[in-house]
Design a protein around this ligand. Structure first.
Ligand code: SF4
Length: 322
């Protein structure tokens, strides 16, 4: 995705996307960022990781130009997000750190129109590039794909330490709202010991308020021989993380309204009830507080809950396609 052009290195995927869709923000997943709102999602092709379980492998592993059928510059994308009443734009599908210039310019164009920006990333980015990449991002969901170097090296082709450094750096040095996601793969990263160690690390380095999502694996790409994650595994992982002291832990990719509910960490009142990507009940006050005890819930909740629902709607943001 990069090439030499004269004396410069250029991003060959700039202005070309593998497609656009409008999704609920809950699908990113983000639970504490403008709940219920619509997000214009897009990505390019290629990736800097090599996850054996990649569910978007047809684009993350693509070296083919025909995967980049949609042509759209930053202003066109921002206009499309605005015209389709999206609250945010998400850089997703493949990792946006590899199309950073395109993502950054699009984020700036979106901010000019009052649209929020979301990076969905594995966080595998060098220290020199972090500040420029995260500065225009209002929110990020960063994958913490496991908690052993062995898993990161063998299953993702990257390194745990670099990802942990990015997560701590985003927490300590940016205003970006951050949530974490772990895809639990049976037999690979789902032991109770590994999950407890991960939760203790999050608590020690980031505190109790960073939401953590445990999502279900489905066989894909080079891991077709591994069974889907049992719902009981997700529940046990969530219980272990809550026991460790984290306040906001969710399950994903399964129907489990109890484990998708945001509750007040002070009085236990249920505040946001969800099923899959749909909001069933929303009780936060206008300034993001529990109506029972007045405790502020960490996050960016905006003035009102959105009503996009669980739909995913493919759209075109491109004046030309080929
Ligand atoms: S980081 Fe995401 S898009 Fe890239 S290979 Fe891994 S799962 Fe696929």
């Amino acid at each position: 995705m990069r090439a030499r052009d004269g004396d410069r290195m250029v991003l060959t995927t700039y202005g070309r996307s593998s497609g656009f869709a409008i999704d609920p923000v809950e699908k990113k997943p983000l639970a504490h960022f403008h709940p219920g709102t619509a997000v214009l999602s897009f990505g390019t092709a290629g990736c800097n990781l090599n996850c054996r379980f990649c569910q978007n492998w047809d684009i993350s592993k693509s070296r083919e130009w025909d995967r980049l059928a949609a042509v759209a510059g930053p202003d066109e994308i921002a206009q499309t997000a605005s015209a389709s009443h999206c609250d945010s734009i998400a850089f997703t599908y493949n990792d946006p750190v590899i199309f950073a210039e395109y993502a950054i310019d699009t984020a700036r164009a979106c901010h000019e129109r009052g649209i929020h920006t979301i990076a969905v990333t594995a966080g595998y980015i060098s220290p020199e590039a972090r500040a420029e990449f995260f500065a225009p991002m209002d929110a990020a969901n960063i994958d913490l794909k496991g908690f052993t170097e062995d898993f990161y090296r063998k299953v993702t082709g990257s390194h745990l330490r670099d990802v942990l450094d990015t997560i701590v750096w985003v927490h300590d040095h940016t205003d970006t709202w951050m949530e974490l996601t772990t895809l639990l793969i049976p037999g690979h990263n789902d032991s109770q010991d590994e999950i407890a160690r991960m939760a203790r690390w999050i608590l020690a380095e980031l505190g109790p308020n960073v939401p953590l999502h445990f999502s279900a694996f489905h066989p894909d790409f080079k891991m077709l021989d591994i069974p889907p994650t049992p719902p009981a595994t997700l529940r046990k992982a969530r219980a272990a993380a809550l026991d460790a002291g984290l306040r906001f832990v969710y399950t994903g990719n399964v129907h489990d309204p109890e484990c998708e509910t945001t509750s007040c960490h002070a009085c236990g009142q249920s505040l946001i009830e969800r099923d899959w990507y749909r909001i069933l009940a929303y009780r936060l006050t206008e300034n993001g507080r529990c109506p029972s005890c007045g405790t502020a819930v960490p996050g960016r909740f905006g003035d009102a809950v959105g009503h996009w629902g669980q739909r995913s709607l493919p759209i075109s943001a491109s004046p030309t396609s080929y």
